[in-house]
Design a binder for this molecule. Structure first.
Ligand code: GLU
Length: 258
């Protein structure tokens, strides 16, 4: 009887140790795969864009992704970039298409119901771009004017709330939105100061309004996982280090940001 009991205990111990080993954390999975999949912008200079000379992904967010890949996988080249837009980035996370999204994405209470966020790594703010000779100088001047916004962005929601009489035209990506604005299809385009100043880097004859109507804290979006916080914890440690060791400051300087 004793022998059987001993064998049973041994078997149980062996079984539980085996099942424990099989539980892989999100970080274990990334390390095993040896590549990080990151959703990034390809049309939002200077945060995420395609370098016209090299044809490679480049920008502030790309540099953040490379720092993270170096930290987790030992090489900044171990990344597969996936192009996302404001209206596709949450699904890219929840469907598991990407491990994370680093794409000028602001933390908001509504988004927190759908995805998890790292600590913020940059603070932007919403403003608007108009033609240099436009008679629009403040957000109040946008009343009854046509304004381009990005579908699924905080900019769309903020402007709907603050200037309900503004006529909004929605676009799915910044390439089409800026193209339409250049063609004179609207009086203004409203989004984060970061993206608008990126447009001004390559285009003349436009100006950005002086006032901002929101705080846009950029953070890395990941899947909600109540049992496994390994990825969130890792990202928070990395972002805290990037802020403390001067990396974020250096990236702001590199990409001409305040
Ligand atoms: N940061 C804002 C957002 O998360 C606007 C910029 C963007 O959509 O990329 O919605």
């Amino acid at each position: 009887m004793k022998k059987i009991l001993c064998l049973l205990i041994l078997f149980l111990l062996f079984f539980t140790s085996c099942t424990k080993k099989e539980v892989k954390t999100q970080i274990d999975e990334i390390i095993e795969r040896d590549v990080l999949t990151v959703g990034v912008k390809t049309d939002s200079k200077p945060f995420g864009f395609i370098d016209p000379v090299t044809g490679e992904n480049d920008g502030f967010d790309i540099d953040v992704a490379k720092y993270i890949a170096k930290d987790i996988l030992g090489s900044e080249r171990k990344i597969k970039f996936v192009s996302v837009n404001p209206n596709t980035r949450i699904e890219a996370i929840t469907s598991g298409q990407v491990d994370m999204v680093i794409a000028t994405m602001s933390i908001t209470p509504q988004r927190k119901f759908l995805i998890d966020f790292s600590l913020p790594y940059y603070l932007a703010g919403q403003t608007a771009l108009v033609k240099e000779n436009s008679n629009i100088h403040t957000f109040a001047d946008l009343k009854h004017k046509t304004t381009i916004v990005l579908l699924g962005s905080t900019s769309e929601q903020n402007i709907r709330r603050i200037i309900p009489t503004a006529k909004l035209v929605g676009y799915k990506n910044y390439k089409e939105a800026f193209e339409a604005f250049k063609q004179g299809k609207a009086d203004a385009i409203s989004t984060d100061d970061t993206i608008l100043s990126g447009f001004l880097m390559d285009n003349q004859g436009y100006r950005i309004l002086k006032n901002k109507i929101s705080h846009e804290p950029y953070a890395i979006g990941i899947k909600i996982n109540e049992e496994d916080k390994s990825l969130k914890k890792n990202l928070d440690v990395i972002i805290t280090r990037m802020s403390k060791d001067g990396t974020i400051k250096a990236l702001k300087k590199k990409w001409n940001l305040k």
